[in-house]
Design a protein around this ligand. Structure first.
Ligand code: NAD
Ligand code: ZN
Length: 369
């Protein structure tokens, strides 16, 4: 069964289509968005080797010319150098304004190709075909595109909504288990931030989702996308409510900054530990029940994800260094710390003016120095 989630953004509205075997139907689905019958595919080497032939065959069968630009996998590709290389290769293809870019990969490819689409010849349309769980439930929807700089992640970018998102659940079959769990951290996040019933459903079905049982996986992806779409429609440019999607991310980014944004700690793993920390911090401030924090932690741990800093590093972090990273987070406004905290499971809120000293003290109770 195919599920379609509309993202109702007026003249930039689009659909997220979720289902099995979508790659094979990509030609017919993408064709309506083409002016010249041409689409440039951007993918990474890993995804391309596994799934490129199927996508190419589907587009060619629909009469679409589809040259491909293949980039190295990994976060380093989401850089000025990676953007320069990609832009140059798109120019070499003589891609023009009427053509389309297809971002075929995880969040790295989606963010890079999406940003390239935003600025290439002042903007071309693009389609997202996300191939990781994280990209299907989060990064491919909502129009945030960016690259990293040595000063931080996602600091240079643009809002550029895709024309269509095709989330083919079958491509997740080849995703390593660790990447699957990392994406699942963002799925739990949706339950924790705004849907208690979904959280309870995840408590009961984590094993089925992680083992990619088709019905469970389809529900988990579709409910996550629905929640993301609903929040993005309300607050596209993150003036307010969209910040809720950052639950677990302020703590998480600090852990990522200390572990070097790489294999040592995947983004989703940092979000998992960060979400557990956000709930325990909320409990420590009397904002939510300790029992809710314990239940959030149990659901995260049950998925094989970290909930404690000691699971992330052998050598304790320094609490002040972590808080300094939080202060540099681009979501921090004028030196005050903004966190997404919780009143209960499924009820998060944006807390501005959080006292850095309280966070430092909390992190020390959590084992930081
Ligand atoms: N734009 C947004 O709103 C948003 C939201 C969340 C995260 N992000 C960004 O997303 C990025 C992380 O995305 P990610 O977790 O998808 O990482 P990724 O794109 O690096 O993919 C993870 C790894 O899985 C491989 N892979 C992808 N699909 C596969 C498949 N089907 N089978 C086997 N291997 C596969 C990739 O080659 C890569 O090695 C970060 O840069 C983050 O900043 C953006
Ligand atoms: Zn995230």
């Amino acid at each position: 069964m195919t599920r379609t989630v509309p993202v109702g953004l007026g003249d930039r509205a689009y659909e997220v289509v979720i289902g099995r075997g979508l790659l094979d139907t990509a030609g017919a689905r993408i064709a309506p968005f083409l002016k010249n019958g041409r689409a440039a595919i951007v993918s990474d080497e890993t995804v391309w080797a596994l799934h490129g032939p199927r996508l190419t065959a589907a587009l060619e069968a629909a009469g679409i010319a589809c040259p491909a630009v293949i980039v190295p996998p990994g976060e380093q590709t989401k850089s000025f150098a990676g953007l320069a290389d990609l832009s140059d290769r798109l120019l070499a293809l003589e891609l023009d304004r009427g053509d389309l870019i297809v971002a075929f990969g995880g969040g790295v490819v989606g963010d890079l190709a999406g940003f390239a689409a935003a600025i290439y010849k002042r903007g071309v349309d693009f389609v997202q075909i996300p191939t990781t769980l994280l990209a299907q439930v989060d990064s491919s929807v909502g129009g945030k595109t960016a690259i990293d700089t040595p000063r931080g992640k996602n600091l240079i970018g643009a809002f550029h909504q895709p024309r269509l998102v095709l989330a083919d659940l079958d491509v997740l079959a080849t995703l390593p288990a660790r990447e699957m769990r990392a994406g699942y951290a963002e799925v739990i996040k949706y339950g924790l931030l705004g849907d208690f019933a979904f959280f309870e459903w995840l408590e009961a079905h984590a094993g089925q989702v992680l083992s990619r049982e088709p019905e469970a996986l389809a529900h988990a992806v579709a409910r996550s996308v629905e929640m993301k779409a609903e929040i993005v429609i309300e607050d596209e440019k993150e003036a307010g409510r969209r910040a809720l999607l950052n639950l677990g991310h302020t703590f998480g980014h600090a852990l990522e900054a200390e572990t070097g944004y790489g294999e040592a700690l995947l983004h989703g793993e940092a979000v998992a530990a960060g979400s557990a920390l956000a709930f325990r911090f909320s409990a420590s401030q009397g904002l939510c029940e300790a029992q809710d924090a314990r239940r959030a932690e149990a659901a995260i741990a049950a998925a094989g994800l970290p909930t404690r800093m000691s699971e992330v590093t052998a050598k304790p972090f320094d609490a002040r260094t972590l808080v300094r990273h939080m202060g540099q987070d681009k979501k921090a406004e004028g030196g005050r710390l903004t966190f997404i905290l919780a009143r209960a499971l499924g009820d998060a809120f944006v807390a501005k003016n959080v006292d850095a000293a309280a966070v430092t003290a909390f992190l020390q109770t959590e084992g930081a120095l």
